[in-house]
Design a protein around this ligand. Structure first.
Ligand SMILES: [Zn+2]
Ligand SMILES: [Zn+2]
Length: 395
């Protein structure tokens, strides 16, 4: 079999952990858990981190935990984030390490993020003489579901206390394995999840004048938001308003007294983010003037902004590991969002950076988008991620 790392500059001591990285990933892939409920996952990872020699900080009311390795009290602390949750879908990969939890699958590849962290952590603990920082790994719950506390909760609990710089990666099976993609500056969108509830007044369908039609009102608000995207935001500033769920009414011949909808808001700058949210709140208030009892709840997080110094550090490290044709250091930000932004913002001087790491392999026919089902990856890519983390900690 050809050597998948021929074009990459990986340490031989790390290559010896190839089996470890695959075994851990395959184990984690079989026990995917939903946001906030990552108990087996957290137990498995924390045990391995403890075995490797890390000091654990666990919390009573969440599955996230922190693993620290202090080598020299005078040194700065560097942190790496690994997210642990999976998605509410069946695993259609159909192989020997497919999900054993029906209706739950690692289709965002967070199993690989944990394995990369576990592998890098194991290497670092065994080779402390190479390190130049004290090291912390943050195993974070609930990245996927904005409604479940994730990075915000971990930051609140102190996961970023004393951290001078923080890094995270996300796999991307639409990119060839080992491709490192990141930007200086904005990396991901300002993202929010919203829930709209409209209560009107029911009446017979033949006498609309006696009721208040909640479906029509909710639709009107959603359509008005499309107008905001088209007419109130700067055409040079991307904006997304999406409604992915809509429910209302119970029988066909009555005026519906309730409608609910859920969706997403994305923007690439804080000003556009504010225009979208303020407009939405204004429409909700106007709805009340029309007699409806309307509420809207919107939760989200800011964009990941790669700090110029962290970007430069990452670039230098990546240049030493991956061939130049696998380096995309000035791409477009993704329209998706990431609560890792809250960790970056909580680090000293907001020094942090995130990058995508290709996990596809066209020669093996592996190329799919995040959240696709089935979601395949070429797990050879993981050692490249581990090597980048190791070099960041040792430079
Ligand atoms: Zn995802
Ligand atoms: Zn993800």
């Amino acid at each position: 079999m050809s050597n998948p790392y021929q074009a990459f500059n990986l340490d031989s001591k790390l290559l010896a952990l190839a089996e470890f990285s695959k075994e851990t990933r395959r184990h984690l892939h079989q026990i995917p858990e939903l946001s906030g409920a990552e108990t087996k996952t957290s137990a498995y990872c924390s045990e391995l981190m403890e075995q490797a020699g890390y000091q654990l900080t666990r919390y009573d009311d969440c599955t996230g935990f922190v693993a620290s390795l202090e080598i020299n009290p005078q040194w700065d602390w560097i942190a790496f984030r690994a997210d642990m949750d999976a998605l509410e879908m069946d695993d259609l990969t159909n192989n020997e390490f497919s999900s054993k939890h029906p209706g739950c699958a690692h289709n965002c590849g967070h199993d690989t993020h944990m394995s990369i962290a576990l592998t890098a952590a194991k290497y670092m603990a065994a080779n402390t003489a190479e390190l130049k920082h004290n090291v912390r790994f943050v195993f974070q719950m609930a990245e996927e579901d904005m409604r479940v506390p994730g990075a915000n909760k971990m930051v609140e609990l102190g996961c970023m206390d004393n951290i001078s710089e923080v890094y995270a990666l996300h796999n991307d099976a639409a990119l060839e394995y080992g491709t490192v993609k990141f930007n200086n500056g904005i990396m991901s969108s300002y993202g929010s999840a919203w829930t709209l509830n409209v209560h009107g007044v029911s009446a017979h369908g033949s006498t609309p004048q006696k009721g208040l039609d909640a479906i029509r009102e909710a639709s009107r608000i959603i359509m008005d938001m499309d107008y905001v995207v088209a007419k109130r935001t700067n055409p040079f500033s991307p904006a997304v308003f999406g409604c992915g769920m809509f429910n209302g009414g119970s029988i066909p011949n009555a005026i519906p007294d309730h409608a609910s909808a859920r969706g997403t808001i994305r923007a690439m700058d804080s000003e556009t983010d504010a225009i979208l949210k303020d407009s939405f709140n204004m429409f909700v208030k106007e709805s009340e003037i029309r007699g409806f009892n309307t509420t809207m709840d919107c939760v989200g997080y800011p964009a990941v902004i790669n700090h110029p110094e962290a970007y430069q550090r990452l670039l230098t490290v990546a240049e030493g590991i991956v061939p130049s044709d696998r380096l995309q250091a000035n791409g477009l930000p993704m329209s998706g969002s990431e609560d890792f932004s809250l960790m970056v913002n909580a680090a000293k001087d907001a020094k942090g950076a995130m990058f995508f790491l290709g996990s596809g392999n066209s020669a093996k026919g592996i190329s799919n988008y995040l959240h696709a089902n089935p979601y395949f990856i070429d797990d050879d890519f993981m050692l490249i991620g581990a090597q980048i983390f190791i070099k960041l900690a040792s430079s």
